[in-house]
Design a protein around this ligand. Sequence first.
Ligand code: GAL
Length: 423
Amino acid sequence: MGAAGGRWARSARAVGVVAALGVGLAACSAAPAPAEPAEQRVEVFTWWASGSEKLALDALVRVFAEQHPQTRFVDAAVAGGAGSAAKDVLASRLANDDPPDTFQVHGGAELAEHVAAGRLTDLEDLFADLDLAADLPDAVLDAVSVDGVPYAVPSNLHRANVLWANPQVLADAGLDPAAGYATFDDWLAALATVQASGRTPLAVASTWTQVHLLEQVLLARLGPDGYTGLWDGGTDPGSLEVTAALADFARLIGYTNDDRDALDWQDAAQRVAAGQAAFTVMGDWAFPVLESAGEHPTWRPVPGTAGTFDLVVDAFTLPVGAPNPQTAEQWLRTVASTDAQVVFANAKGGLPATTAASTSDLGTYQREAHFAFRADAVVPSLAHGSAIGPAELAALTSAVGTFTRGEASVAQLQAALVEAAGG
Ligand code: GAL
């Protein structure tokens, strides 16, 4: 309320000044100058700060400007893939009672933690007014709700379990660029072949992308039910099957670039685009990066995960104490609109979250992902905040970093996984 109160006080003072001037000017029979309206602004907090993500946000902002021309968009983006830096900045802003008007959140456990801490206003009235629940697939409505109450408006969906490849690098290594890798082991064999050819088999980046990779190994080895069971108590994270999956993860890390900790996901994708690496595993926000690099990438589900859609839901909130709740609501209305959903998905590489968007408005990759989302088993992403809460994810991420630097054993990584999954 502080900032809004300040603005109101300022504009009330301005009206007073104009009124006083008006009295003086009335004597000269001139009309008083109208008071300047207080500036309307909406501060939007995301981590879409550069490259294709910034371009996608810009596209969303253009739709917002058409729908709400009187409100100025204020960009509070903090760079770093998957919110790796933004989430700490947001946490300290919220702790200091300095919330933005709206912030980006992942559906699932991350959202639930904000709700449990009392940081978010529920959006039941807005959802009712827009009849939004009727337009959201069940998995998406669940992800943005806590105990059946919606707390965030989804802007888009992403598929996390995608393997991107450079066909020329595969051909140069003597591999069939069109090979499908029916199993995870088939893919491990291909990675060994690329390594023998002298190129990097698998480009990876800083720790959160390594957690993203670990998630895919768990999904490939345990299947959708076994993987989901890790987070809801149905699967023992201390089992030998999980030990074997972690050993596979160690093998995969052995096929990656040594400078991974200095890179972010875009750099790893660029290595594939530039022909320095054969593969990268990344969510489908990598599509525009690879596509715009000219070299047309191929994509397939991560080997061993076909038939599963590893879901990431991006959404926007109304924080308790937002300085400008009215303009935040304008932003949320734009985010929910079909125009914004289509424009954003096509620019960013994922899918619209609402079913109101027609598939004929989507690009080729998006259409394929759309049909997979409808047909596949949907599971929550670990690395992108859906499966476990922020504190558990942060602890696991740190353990993964220690492991990939060679400073911890498989047993220690597994102990960290057991802890993160709920002890
Ligand atoms: C994810 C987010 C995506 C994309 C990605 C890389 O966590 O859901 O929209 O931004 O990080 O930054």
